[in-house]
Design a protein around this ligand. Structure first.
Ligand code: NI
Length: 138
């Protein structure tokens, strides 16, 4: 009999962005996004949750140092002190908190497997966060 557990580790990075759709005229961007069209930065917090059976031998769902290494190499190293609009992953996607969570989901699912990765929660600031979950991601 093995129980499923959900284990979360928190990461952070600082990055800059603006909300802008290249194919729209400037006036349309300004109408839709307002002040968010001006480049600015955030200190993002990312909570990565993996799920799985508790290994009877180790007592763990995942080796948390392995998770730290994978998220560090895949997400933090890529986005920390980056201009998100300049990253290829945001070429045709506005770097909203929603799309940042989705992009991080895709990067991590490729490394951890979508069975093991349960949720990616991205905080833009302490008052706003977005979740992308395994049950919804296809
Ligand atoms: Ni912003």
């Amino acid at each position: 009999m093995s129980a499923t557990a959900y284990s979360t580790r928190r990461f952070s990075f600082a990055a800059g962005h603006k909300y802008w759709v290249e194919s729209w005229p400037a006036a349309e961007n300004e109408r839709v996004f307002g002040r968010l069209t001006v480049p600015h930065g955030h200190n993002y917090t990312v909570d990565v949750t993996v799920r799985g059976p508790i290994d009877e031998r180790t007592g763990m769902v995942i080796d948390l140092s392995e998770l730290k290494r994978i998220v560090g190499e895949t997400v933090v190293d890529r986005f920390d002190h980056a201009d998100l609009n300049a990253d290829a992953l945001f070429r045709n996607r506005v770097p909203t908190t929603e799309n940042i969570a989705l992009v991080i989901w895709d990067l991590l699912a490729a490394k951890l497997g979508s069975e093991r990765l349960w949720q990616v929660r991205v905080f833009e600031d302490p008052t706003l966060y977005v979740d992308v979950r395994a049950e919804d991601a296809v």
